[in-house]
Structures are given as structure tokens and as C-alpha cells.
Design a protein around this ligand. Structure first.
Ligand code: GLP
Length: 250
């Protein structure tokens, strides 16, 4: 695990965006695993800037998002389909049928989850998986106690996660209780992984991921079993690490 601590959230974000740009420059039809959450819009904004400056073309890009709320249709404002269109997909010329997000409104979510897992395999797997980090250590929507051998499936969200994500919903809307998420084993199949965590609210989860035991109680700790993981942190997210002087530290 290559851990890099940046002085500011913005520099950590720019680093992550640059890594994505370099991946696409090397392989224009790269398959990216994409993430949502409040940490990600600046990454997508940086990617769009690079595309606008003609530094990179996103035309042949292929992508698979990590997750989607069960019960939300793609046009629901809090759906991850909507999030991705707003922050990235509506602004690029990639083919929409190359940009995958699980269908949360599928009548049989479990069936949709296995179809999605199959589509990732059919695309040749993920080249670079972008990840955020839940304050409880979740990756995608793989909540604490999710099996490290899990594949794309329906996951029940914890109260902590629903509370953390309530900020994106209107006061009279309830956060869905389930999501379709790519599994931990599916994430670990990616050829490389790029995790971005910023802000002190992530410091405990970052500490558990890097310095705690590798156990299912902390889904992100599974990443230590992967040979090519880069973790970009700002000083807030790194504030509980015992070794935080080096850049990079590992
Ligand atoms: C959400 C997403 C995760 C994301 C995490 C952190 O629930 N399902 O993929 O990494 O929570 O989100 P944020 O960036 O808003 O802290």
C-alpha cells in the first residue's frame, strides 16, 4: 500500500485526478471503477478540466460505478446515476452504453447485481478502481462484516451510513435501507486501486484501514491484501496515523 499524505484536500484530489488522466492517456479505452460521495466531485471536475484542455480524451472511456441505492430510479436526484450524470457523464463524449451504474429500480435487485458482476467480467475487468472511504470503513457500500469474498450483491446499509448520507437527501425523504454494491472481492480484482480520503471525519477509518487488523469488521482493511493500492490523504484524514511524516509513507 502506497500512502501519500498531502497538505491540502485539493492537492490530494489533483493527484488522484492526474493518476486517472495518466491511466487514460496510456489506455484510452481503460475501464475505470468510479465512486460517488461528497469527496468525488472535485476529482471529476479536475478530470473534466483535463478533457477541456485537450490534455486527455474521454471518448473511449468505459466505467463501472461501485453502487446504487435500491429503489431509486436513474432520474431520482439522490440516485448515483443522477450524481454521475451531473458531475461527469453529461459533460463528456464517452458512449453512454459504456458507462455502467447498477439499476436501483430493477424489480429483482439480486438479479441486477449478478448481471452487473457479469458485465464487469465481460468488459475485461477494472483497470483502475477509484474509491472513497466511509467513516465506518466501508468501501462501495460494503459495510462492516461484509465478506472479503463478496461479489456484487444487495447490501443492507447500517444506521451510521444512512445517517452520514442523509445530508444528501431532503428532510422529508428517507435514505434507502439497501443498495446494490460491487463486492469486496470484485474490488480486489481491479488491476490497481486508488483511494481518496479527506477531512478529519475519516481519520478513524483511515487509521483502522492502515494500522488496524485486516478483518471484515473494517472492509477497507481488505485493500492491504491487494498488490497495487495507492491511498491519497490530506493531513486531516491522516491525523490519527502513527507515522505521518513521510510523503509517501508506507
Ligand atoms: C458513500 C458511497 C461510498 C463513498 C463513501 C464516502 O456512501 N457509497 O462509495 O466512498 O460513502 O462518502 P463521502 O465522500 O461523502 O464521505
Amino acid at each position: 500500500m502506497n500512502i501519500i499524505v498531502f497538505p491540502e484536500a485539493q492537492t490530494a484530489t489533483d493527484f488522484v485526478a492526474e493518476k486517472l488522466v495518466n491511466t487514460i492517456l496510456k489506455k484510452p479505452d481503460a475501464v475505470l471503477g468510479l465512486a460517488t460521495g461528497g469527496t468525488m466531485p472535485p476529482v471529476y471536475a479536475a478530470l473534466l478540466r483535463a478533457a477541456r484542455n485537450r490534455q486527455v480524451s474521454l471518448s473511449d472511456l468505459r466505467s463501472f460505478n461501485l453502487d446504487e441505492y435500491v429503489g431509486l430510479a436513474p432520474d431520482h436526484p439522490q440516485s448515483y446515476h443522477h450524481f454521475m450524470r451531473k458531475h461527469l457523464f453529461d459533460h463528456i463524449d464517452a458512449k453512454t452504453n459504456n458507462l455502467f451504474v447498477p439499476r436501483g429500480d430493477h424489480p429483482e435487485p439480486a438479479q441486477e447485481a449478478s448481471r452487473y458482476e457479469g458485465a464487469i467480467i465481460e468488459a475485461g475487468g477494472i483497470d483502475v478502481q477509484l474509491l472513497g472511504l466511509g467513516a465506518n470503513g466501508h468501501i462501495g457500500f460494503n459495510e462492516p462484516s461484509a465478506s472479503f469474498s463478496s461479489r456484487t450483491r444487495v447490501e443492507t446499509l447500517t444506521d451510521d451510513t444512512r445517517l452520514a448520507n442523509a445530508r444528501f437527501f431532503k428532510a422529508d425523504e428517507s435514505v434507502p435501507s439497501q443498495a446494490i454494491t460491487v463486492g469486496i472481492a470484485t474490488i480486489l480484482d481491479a488491476r490497481s486501486i486508488l483511494l481518496l480520503a479527506t477531512g478529519e471525519a475519516k481519520a478513524r477509518a483511515v487509521q483502522a484501514m492502515i494500522e488496524g487488523p485486516i478483518e471484515e469488521n473494517c472492509p477497507a482493511s481488505a485493500l492491504r491484501n491487494h498488490p497495487s493500492v495507492t491511498v491519497a490523504l490530506d493531513v486531516g484524514a491522516a491525523s490519527r496515523l502513527s507515522s505521518k511524516t513521510g510523503c509517501p509513507v508506507s
